[in-house]
Ligand binder design. Structure first.
Ligand SMILES: [Zn+2]
Length: 344
């Protein structure tokens, strides 16, 4: 079968790899019907060193169950399923608490050493706990939005939950990538009154406005901080969603949070020490977040997708087959595309 393999920074290839097959009795194999390229795939695309073991890429997918192991109870061949970016058993203490990304058997799909979803098929460990059956056919018109439940919509929702967005909140979203845009959807969905997006790409901020953003701040650093302060009577936002992962974005997030507010981090940190820790302390700001337990959020978000109340699939502005995936990486890295959907 064909799969996406990254050999080093900037070098993404489509290669023949061994067919996905059941290894453990709790596995399932799914034929991928939709996958996509994630902003987080761009970190290795920029930095994977020469000589590193190649990575099989892709951690977001919708697919059809092709085969199940002998211990799989809830899935059968032919089911259409969404595949969250982390596999989880669904039964351990953390899964029961709704933090599936801390599962005692967690596996991160499409990272070094694991199989990837930018492929024709994939083996999924702990299939019962990981995969979520969808009540639609494999070519349903809602497929782009359903695909976002594998990562970006659940991740934007997580940022909003950690940042304690609620009715009447003033929210600031740092980052205008697919996760930031989904963060806008999530903030509006949770009742935010005012949503300020920080971003410099007008196509993206225009979409953010359609998703519910009320204001756009286009600067970076000090300029962004001043922009948000000017819009909030000098005090900042109750809730800040940090959807980038760079030190400067984190610093901005803390600067624009109002005293007593909260910052929800979902951008993969590209730094070791949290910037602006002193400011966060002085302002009594709660800083939290991490890999979103998207498996836990599907239940809550799915009805809104099925009934058309939210349309996160609009973040996909380009579609390709597997052969076009390397160019999809180039386009997202160059900011020519917001998010690329793959139909293998
Ligand atoms: Zn678990």
């Amino acid at each position: 079968m064909k799969a996406t393999v990254m050999h080093r920074a900037g070098d993404v290839r489509i290669e023949d790899v061994p067919d996905a097959a059941i290894v453990e009795p709790t596995d399932a194999v799914i034929r991928i019907t939709r996958s996509c390229i994630c902003g987080s795939d761009l970190w290795p695309y920029k930095s994977l060193p020469e000589g590193a073991a190649p990575w099989r890429m892709g951690h977001e997918a919708v697919g059809v169950v092709e085969d199940v192991g002998g211990d799989v109870r809830t899935l059968r061949k032919g089911d259409v399923v969404v595949m969250p970016f982390a596999s989880s058993d669904g039964t351990c203490r953390f899964c029961r608490e709704g933090l599936h990304t801390a599962c005692e058997h967690v596996g991160f799909i499409g990272y070094a050493g694991s199989d990837g979803a930018q492929a024709e098929a994939i083996r999924i460990p702990h299939a019962d706990g990981t995969l979520y059956p969808l009540p639609v056919g494999e070519d349903d018109a809602l497929m782009p939005s359903l695909l976002t439940l594998a990562d970006v919509m659940g991740t934007g929702h997580h940022a909003a939950k950690v940042a304690r967005v609620g009715p009447g909140s003033t929210v600031a979203v740092v980052g205008d990538g697919a996760v930031g845009l989904c963060g806008v959807i999530a903030a509006k969905r949770l009742g935010a009154e005012r949503i300020i997006i920080l971003g410099r790409h007008t196509d993206r901020t225009a979409l953010a406005r359609e998703f519910g953003a009320t204001d756009v701040v286009a600067g970076r650093g000090e300029e962004a901080t001043e922009g948000v302060r000017a819009l909030t009577g000098g005090v900042g936002a109750h809730a800040v969603l940090e959807c980038v992962g760079l030190a400067q974005a984190m610093e901005t997030a803390i600067e624009i949070a109002r005293p007593g507010g909260a910052v929800g981090i979902v951008g993969m940190p590209q730094f070791d020490a949290t910037p602006a820790a002193h400011t966060a302390f002085i302002k009594n700001i709660t800083v939290g977040g991490g890999p979103a337990p998207v498996r836990a959020y599907i239940e809550e978000l799915l009805p809104d997708v099925l009934e058309g109340r939210i349309e996160p699939g609009r973040v996909f502005d380009r579609e390709t087959d597997l052969a076009g995936v390397p160019d999809g990486y180039r386009a997202m890295d160059a900011r020519d595309a917001i998010k690329v959907m793959i139909r293998p």
